[in-house]
Ligand binder design. Structure first.
Ligand SMILES: [Zn+2]
Length: 390
């Protein structure tokens, strides 16, 4: 059996709609590159729960005692055609198939499955519920290393491609999602032959719709902040992360506001007041940290101590940075934010005086991932109630 799955990756896509550029579709798409078309594609959707699961570490076996009941263990096998939830692909169908319209909303059956066995065996996964979608490619042999690929784009958490334990000619893909959303499965003939799972990011928009977030890029003008060994300035680092975060929030339907868009100095008073003027849900201050010793590195997420929801936001952002970037910032109470009624969090995810951090930050992908991590933390904070009840 020669055919094999050779690669798999994920991307975020904006698809303009016919009604106009404002009505674009926003998707996360997982792509499998195959050396030839699979004989059959099966889509199974289940939900993975991690009740009380503190974290999931590599090599840790699946927790015992989580046995599915007969009812919930039955995976819902659905065949897909034209992007709907029917047939994926008949053996004789070889043409190009577009993903088609948005999948019909349908509840994903609840399944208690082995979280650790075929799940996100990643260094750090914060305790929360993820949702699983399974796809099987029949008639292919898997050559890809069976390791979990972290995506963390706010919808697709991670995915894993692995050969079936029972059948060598079956390749299993499991996608872990932050929200229960059904994929539209498509194929594109060619070499490689592409099998795509397109997930609508509408659930992410539902979390952020109308939410008001003030982003404050630190320093500006003559106030440069810390300076890296190769002259990268904190004020510019803060602006880059802030603008990336702004773009993500804007795409998600939130109402982001930047305290500065240009390289200008602003009084601290005006930065804090911006949060009140916009009646913001929160104020996110972006800075970099710095150390006297160039070999030392430390990261911080500071929060206003008099608001519980401020600490909760800091914790979610810290967890998201750890999960996505492996950066473990210290949570610090910070009185200098005053008694503002808006939760304030100051994120310092780069230690600019360290040569490696400065070099890392010059990569656009690194900059985007930092912003995505903060975005993910914000999303989870909103999903847990955000600033309600402050
Ligand atoms: Zn600073």
């Amino acid at each position: 059996m020669k055919p094999a799955v050779v690669n798999a990756w994920s991307r975020m896509v904006l698809i303009p709609a016919e009604e106009g550029p404002e009505n674009y579709r926003w998707t996360s798409t997982v792509v499998l590159e195959c050396t030839c078309p699979p004989m059959e594609i099966r889509l199974e959707k289940g939900q993975t729960r991690s009740p009380g699961e503190p974290s999931c570490h590599p090599g840790r076996s699946a927790p015992s005692g989580r046995v599915a009941t007969a009812e919930t263990a039955t995976l819902d096998t659905i065949e897909v055609e034209h992007g709907g939830l029917e047939n994926v692909r008949r053996p004789q169908d070889h043409g190009h198939q577009s993903p088609g319209p948005e999948p019909r909303p349908r509840s994903i059956p609840k399944v208690t499955s082995q979280f650790g066995k075929f799940g996100p065996d990643l260094p750090f996964v914060a305790a929360r519920e993820l949702h699983a979608v399974d796809l099987s490619l029949i008639g292919l042999r898997c050559t890809m290393a069976p390791e979990t690929v972290l995506v963390a784009d706010g919808l697709v958490h991670s995915f894993k491609v692995a050969p079936s334990e029972e059948r060598p000619d079956v390749v299993n893909l499991r996608v872990f999602l932050e929200h229960p959303v059904s994929p539209a499965v498509g194929e594109k003939a060619g070499l490689p032959h592409l099998v795509t799972l397109e997930f609508s990011r509408e659930p992410v928009r539902q979390v952020f719709r109308g939410k008001s977030v003030v982003i404050d890029p630190g320093h500006g003008g003559r106030d440069r902040g810390f300076r890296g060994p190769v002259n990268l300035l904190e004020k510019n680092v803060a602006m880059i992360v802030s603008k990336n975060l702004y773009s993500l929030l804007h795409l998600a339907g939130a109402r982001p506001h930047l305290t500065r868009r240009d390289d200008v100095a602003i009084e601290d008073f005006h930065r804090l007041r911006a949060a009140t003027c916009c009646s913001a849900d929160c104020l996110i201050k972006i800075h970099a940290s710095g150390e006297d010793d160039p070999d030392r590195r430390a990261y911080f997420v500071r929060y206003s101590p008099h608001l519980d929801c401020s600490r909760a936001l800091a914790l979610e952002i810290r967890n998201a940075l750890l999960e996505r970037m492996g950066i473990d910032p210290a949570l610090v109470e910070w009185d200098e934010f005053g008694l503002l009624s808006t939760p304030v969090v100051q994120v310092e995810p780069v230690c600019l005086t360290h040569y490696a951090d400065e070099a890392n930050f010059r990569a656009p992908l690194f900059q985007k991932r930092l912003a995505q991590s903060i975005f993910n933390g914000l999303m989870r904070w909103y999903m847990k109630g955000g600033n309600r009840g402050r």
